[in-house]
Design a protein around this ligand. Structure first.
Ligand code: ADP
Ligand code: TYD
Length: 206
């Protein structure tokens, strides 16, 4: 039986997930609540293969890529040493930067959304998030933020890609909103406003 709560952050790149996870972790610490912060792709061996795919050192098919993320996720859930189910069972609350909604959004550009949802059905069965925060910002705003942090960006390609992933998130959320507890957060607000909104929601499920 899981005792801790499982909180997931989702959004396009640059939406503010890392920032808000750090702020939420600080709130947990200040309240003396045990918290384990993790992410996908993981730092495990399957995550390492995925990073080699993302930086184009390894080339494979889109279904195989979705399959690698699925394998990484199953390991993330069930790994006997540091898996999330184990952490939750020890009364730790868990925050993950991305989970299966990322797969729905990122892979459904290349393979059918239904296929991705079906492939991830076991993950939803094993561990469904208590709450998913979808931090929503426009592709344009995301690009502005990413430009500040990086030396080079192919602007057109990235704007188009961000727009398409955001649209895919919307479509995926509409598809699964009956089964999932997804809270949309307006990510264009200040960091402090977003953090306060998130903390209010989290307190309701603790
Ligand atoms: P992600 O983890 O989703 O990629 P980050 O938290 O790394 O996003 O944020 C991306 C960039 O946007 C960082 O430079 C961060 O400082 C900035 N940022 C985060 N939240 C906000 C916000 N609410 N308003 C303006 N800029 C933000
Ligand atoms: P990373 O640099 O860790 O992302 P970020 O800091 O933006 O969260 O790279 C993760 C990338 O992998 C990101 O672009 C989203 C993508 N991704 C998928 O394509 N499928 C998935 O199932 C997950 C979890 C992530």
């Amino acid at each position: 039986m899981s005792k801790g709560k499982f909180i997931v952050f989702e959004g396009i790149d640059g939406s503010g997930k890392t920032t808000q996870i750090q702020l939420l972790q600080a709130r947990f610490r200040a309240a003396s609540l045990p918290i384990y912060v993790t992410k996908e792709p993981t730092d495990g061996p399957i995550g390492a293969v995925i990073r080699n795919v993302l930086n184009k050192r390894i080339k494979t098919s889109e279904k195989a890529i979705a399959g690698l993320f699925l394998a990484d996720r199953l390991d993330h859930i069930e790994n006997p040493i540091n898996g999330m189910l184990g952490q939750l069972g020890q009364e730790m609350h868990v925050i993950s930067d991305r989970y299966y909604l990322s797969s729905y959004a990122y892979h459904s550009s290349h393979v059918p959304l239904d296929w991705v949802i079906a492939a991830n059905a076991e993950c939803a069965k094993l561990l469904r998030p208590d709450i998913i925060f979808f931090i929503d910002i426009s592709a344009e705003e995301s690009l502005e933020r990413l430009k500040k942090g990086r030396a080079f960006l192919d602007l057109f390609e990235n704007l188009e890609r961000l727009k398409s992933v955001r649209a895919n998130y919307m479509r995926a959320i509409e598809r699964v909103e009956k089964e999932e507890n997804i809270i949309r957060i307006d990510g264009s607000q200040s960091e402090a406003t977003i953090a306060a909104e998130i903390w209010e929601q989290v307190q309701e499920i603790l």
